[in-house]
Design a binder for this molecule. Structure first.
Ligand SMILES: [Zn+2]
Length: 714
């Protein structure tokens, strides 16, 4: 009797387990479908909207690219103060919407020129513009840049002196001082009653002209970088309902966009969504060796051979310890590198950042903590020593390359055994695992375009890659092998272990499988023999396919990730699910890495001299960055046109920069034209090999500089 009941109980429990698995599967599917649904809706909406016109919630179609009364003044300010020769996509429309008093949501990829969108209206509109920005370093950089242009910009932060604070409060309250733009961190809004009361006085006197919220994705819990203080920014629109508000971010999925509009109380905002495409970035996934030293050797060799003129780059690592280690090893390879992470003393950290920003340090090795403060336009490569936690973070981190529009490379070193340490960090986050699996799919794929994975992730129509990713550019010769037998063996093994209440991490599982294969003997074990890395690849693939799943357990020291059977295990268990593994045979021939002599031939002697000049001016002007003096694109323009008089210079870089630096620039060019040019042209004719980004773009006759605006700020 008792055994009968026991048996039935076991059966019922097994069935409950099965039902629960099915429910979980359906819920996951539902979540996926919701995501897809919102992406498709966004896509549909985009298709319905004509390019430059936007339909607002009242159904009115406004043509923001039309003619407006402030056109002349705006053009004059853009060129003669900011030194920017033409607008980039959507900039003019955004400025017009703000000038018309509308709330605006801007989604614009890094390097698209977000800051001009509010800095220009801030100058044109009467009164003070409030700018909320998350990071001190970002704020400092912007304020210094604006001050160098003679625009009265200030910041109110923990580092502000008492005198400046007094000045700012007086300007807000009485309006008798010269203050155009005020930068604050979100903490000021949520924590300082004094500040809010002064701001209210400023508003009541009609002097608060515009509110700008930078890195607005920090408001949303669905975003990749949620900050609690950002949640309170909704108060701004409630307190100051008639002041136009602009929220800007580089990326936001449809869900994050909806969230932002709601949290900031801007339901009637005009949305400007630019493409996420960064045509100048070359995306590549590099197979990562399981031997740490080999990885560093490869990275060091790549940097040394591709970037001989010490062009700037970033290497992202998983942990603080790894950062320090990688930086040390790169230095041992003769590369000027230093680390940056959250555990460091603030002063030491800022020092590293500054050396790198001033191009005195070539490579910064950082954790994800090295992020939003970066404003350097001429980063030529971003290498991921380890996996990012999602497509969105990868897009953000890799997107710090090439903000100046010039060819740059984004390389991710991937090995399957890096997955568990990342998954054990993210599994408790909102759809953390789902997001991680998306980037793993990106890494595992050896056929489809890397760029189209990015478009798909952000729900954007596909665009041509122009051979600017490894899979499109050279691809790999792949063979598909049938590993149905291996998958079956894996599931059987896990079932056995489950019955004995055992657990295994991915690495343990692969080892156990190898042992089991040996036991099975030649006659019954699945063929062919797979290497350890290939078995790991198989486990990952089965995780993505839900045949397996990850489970997590906390210990006193860490969270361990275990692999167990997933909702779709049964078919594999019965050997009914055909499982194929793509094995890489060789890289296709049209790509010859070893021959890369790599000398970047792009910069001419004159460009080099102008680069020296901007560095000299930047250090003598106390703190502004070289790119704030002259952008890389302005240098390219100057060395093509070779202007030697102030009026000529004014036409190229605007009146303000011509007035401030014109004499010295003209001197350098004059000297070059008269003395150096006859002697030196010949030695610079040899272009040598370049990095892949440059090579690809030239080969495809693709414009290297997309829009030659000088605005590299973001
Ligand atoms: Zn591609």
């Amino acid at each position: 009797m008792e055994t009968d009941v026991m048996e039935e109980l076991l059966l019922v429990e097994a069935e409950i387990q099965e039902v629960q698995d099915q429910i979980k599967l359906l819920l996951d599917r539902q979540e996926d479908l919701y995501k897809k649904q919102s992406e498709l809706k966004a896509l549909l909406k985009e298709c319905e909207e004509p390019a430059a016109a936007t339909i607002d919630s009242t159904g009115v179609i406004a043509d923001w690219s039309g003619t407006f009364e402030w056109d002349t003044l705006a053009d004059d300010t853009r060129f003669n103060i900011f030194g920017i020769s033409c607008y980039r996509a959507n900039q003019r429309e955004i400025i017009n919407a703000l000038m018309s008093g509308r709330d605006v949501l801007v989604i614009m990829a890094s390097g698209g020129g977000k800051s001009l969108c509010y800095q220009l209206p801030a100058i044109l509109r009467d009164g003070i513009t409030l700018i909320v920005s998350p990071l001190l370093s970002l704020i400092q950089d912007q304020v210094m840049g604006l001050m160098a242009l003679g625009i009265p910009a200030y910041m109110l932060t923990s580092t502000t002196s008492k005198d400046d604070e007094k000045f700012i409060y007086k300007a807000l309250e009485k309006g008798d001082a010269d203050l155009k733009m005020l930068y604050v961190t979100p903490e000021k809004i949520s924590k300082s009653k004094r500040f809010m009361s002064k701001l209210e006085k400023c508003h009541n006197a009609g002097r608060l002209s515009l509110i700008s919220i930078d890195e607005a994705h920090c408001c949303s819990q669905w975003g990749h970088d949620f900050r609690p203080d950002y949640k309170n920014l909704g108060i701004l629109k409630i307190q100051f309902p008639h002041v136009p508000l602009v929220a800007l971010t580089a990326t936001a999925t449809y869900k994050v966009q909806t969230d932002l509009v709601e949290m900031l109380h801007i339901p009637k905002c005009v949305k400007f969504i630019s493409t996420v495409n960064r045509p100048n970035l070359f995306y590549k996934v590099h197979e990562k060796s399981s031997v740490g030293k080999v990885v560093i050797d490869q990275i060091a060799e790549y940097i040394r051979s591709s970037y001989r003129n010490s062009e700037s780059g970033i290497v992202y690592c998983f942990s603080r310890k790894e950062c320090e280690q990688v930086a040390k090893e790169l230095r041992e390879h003769g590369i000027s590198a230093d680390y940056y992470h959250a555990d460091m003393d603030v002063v030491a950290r800022e020092k590293v950042h500054l050396r790198w920003s001033n191009s005195k340090l070539q490579v910064i090795v950082g954790t994800v903590a090295f992020g939003m403060g970066i404003n350097k336009p001429d980063v030529r490569f971003v290498i991921h020593h380890s996996l990012s936690k999602s497509m969105e973070t990868y897009y953000q981190e890799s997107g710090r390359a090439g903000r100046d529009g010039l060819p740059s490379e984004c390389i991710l070193y991937y090995k399957p055994s890096d997955v568990p340490r990342q998954s054990s960090m993210v599994f408790y986050e909102n759809s953390g695992l789902q997001n991680l699996y998306d980037i793993i799919r990106y890494c595992q794929s050896r056929r489809s375009c890397r760029r189209s994975a990015i478009f798909r992730h952000f729900g954007e129509p596909l665009q041509d890659c122009n051979g600017m990713c490894d899979n499109c550019a050279y691809g790999t010769e792949l063979t598909e092998i049938d590993v149905t037998g291996h998958a079956k063996a894996l599931v059987h093994l896990l079932r056995d272990m489950h019955e004995h209440e055992q657990r295994a991490t991915m690495l343990q599982l692969v080892d156990k499988l190898k042992v089991k294969m040996k036991e099975l003997g030649a006659s019954s074990k699945p063929t062919p023999d797979l290497k350890k890395e290939q078995l790991e690849q198989l486990v990952i693939q089965l995780l993505l396919d839900r045949v397996l799943k990850e489970e997590f357990q906390h210990t006193a020291y860490a969270t361990n990730a275990y692999v167990t059977i997933g909702p779709l295990w049964k078919q594999a268990f019965l050997g009914k699910r055909i499982v194929k593994l793509e094995i890489c045979m060789a890289q296709k021939q049209n790509h010859n890495r070893n021959n890369r002599v790599s000398k970047r031939g792009r910069s001419s002697l004159l460009e080099f001299k102008l680069d020296e000049l901007r560095k000299e001016i930047s250090s003598s002007e106390g703190g502004i960055f070289p790119h704030a003096v002259l952008s890389t694109q302005q240098i390219a323009l100057l060395s093509t046109k070779k202007p030697t008089s102030i009026p000529e210079l004014e036409k190229l870089i605007g009146k303000l920069k011509a007035k401030k630096y014109g004499r010295r620039i003209a001197e350098v060019i004059q000297n070059y034209v008269e003395v150096e040019q006859p002697n030196c042209e010949a030695t610079n004719a040899d272009e040598g090999n370049e990095n892949e980004g440059t090579k690809r773009q030239r080969k495809n006759k693709f414009p290297v500089v997309i829009e030659s605006s000088g605005d590299e700020k973001d």
